[in-house]
Write a protein that binds this ligand. Structure first.
Ligand SMILES: Nc1ncnc2c1ncn2[C@@H]1O[C@H](COP(=O)(O)OP(=O)(O)OP(=O)(O)O)[C@@H](O)[C@H]1O
Ligand SMILES: [Mg+2]
Length: 309
């Protein structure tokens, strides 16, 4: 089966700046691919290439089998894009924005209006449909932006940081809309800096940094492969903090003091038992002794800064 999105060896420079080195990525139809990376990693550049807005200097990319460089029109027919900077026209109403886009796609006025009204309803914007977009809140604008990208009934949508600046409610609403599209078979490439977002939505994740892929896999695999669990010990008596720190260091080779607790990365749970034994021998009582799995946040930090996890 052909992947909905497939790119191999994508490279792009802007003058001296290398935005992408050699990026490979793929997404099966009806899945969400999360493209993660810190500021300047190359996420928007990759999206713009895949959406035919920018030509790569090297490599190839296909959307439903169409080459983005050789058959951009075929690609544009089946994609929707919402940019990092929202693209709706402020001076038009919600309805006008969507009708305008329908007309641009060659639809009749009546058809464009029908599509516009149904999208506004799906996105909870019916009541705001006759107001100009400049009166919308940030969350409403994002929803209108996403609605705009669905006017052409795309098979693949590119969402470049779709929830930046949204409050948790607005973000949850947008996530639900995105999930709904995916259930209908739409493929989504989502860039985000929110690890939670990737964890919630993405089937697969590609992490890029300085234009190169530094990790890929499902959220679970990334957490398992990259992150190591954290051992945390909290003595009952704060005066024992130093001795606990010494014991943890002896067993695990290092420690960090966080408030009234001592933590350390461990490679397996055997460390937990060794620490328990030493604490028992030393007669030190604890209120907490736990092993915590790494969060995707910690994994991301390690991948993109080289900080030990
Ligand atoms: N049109 C351009 N001209 C010059 N340099 C550019 C251009 N577009 C991007 N760059 C550079 O390419 C690199 C990658 O930028 P890109 O916008 O793809 O990053 P990003 O991962 O989307 O970052 P952010 O999280 O800040 O949106 C950066 O160093 C950026 O300064
Ligand atoms: Mg960007």
């Amino acid at each position: 089966m052909t992947a909905a999105i497939e790119a191999a060896g994508l490279a792009k420079r802007f003058g001296e700046t290398v935005a992408l080195t050699s990026v490979d990525l793929a997404a099966e139809q009806g899945t969400v691919l999360g493209l993660l990376g810190p500021n300047g990693a190359g996420k928007t550049t990759a999206v713009r290439i895949l959406a035919t807005l920018l030509r790569p200097d090297g490599g190839q990319a296909f959307v439903h089998g169409h080459d983005v460089a050789k058959a951009p029109d075929r690609v544009r027919d089946i994609i929707g894009l919402t940019g990092q900077y929202a693209s709706v026209d402020d001076t038009l109403t919600g309805v006008e924005n969507l009708v305008f886009l329908g007309r641009l796609l060659g639809r009749s006025r009546a058809d464009s209006r029908r599509t516009a009204l149904s999208l506004l309803e799906r996105f909870g914007l019916t009541d705001a449909g006759d107001r100009t977009a400049k009166t919308y809140s940030g969350g409403m604008r994002r929803r209108l932006d996403l609605a705009a990208c669905l006017v052409g009934d795309p098979k693949v949508i590119f969402l470049d940081e779709p929830t930046t600046g949204l409050d948790p409610n607005a973000r949850d609403q947008l996530w639900e809309i995105i999930r709904g599209e995916v259930r209908r078979g739409v493929t989504v490439l989502l860039t985000t800096q929110y690890l939670e977002e990737a964890d919630q939505l993405a089937d697969d994740i590609v992490v890029i940094d300085h234009g190169s892929v530094v990790a890929r896999g499902t959220p679970e695999i990334l957490k398992r492969e990259v992150g190591r669990p954290t051992l945390q010990v909290r003595p009952l008596d704060g005066a024992h903090l130093d001795r606990v720190a010494a014991i943890v260091s002896e067993v695990t080779g290092g420690h960090t003091v966080e408030g009234q607790a001592v933590t350390s990365r461990v490679s397996d749970t055997a460390a937990l038992y060794a620490v328990v034994r030493r604490l028992d021998e030393a007669g030190i009582a604890v209120t907490e002794l736990s092993i915590r799995e790494p969060s995707l946040d910690e994994v991301f930090k390690q991948l993109t800064t080289g900080a030990p996890v």
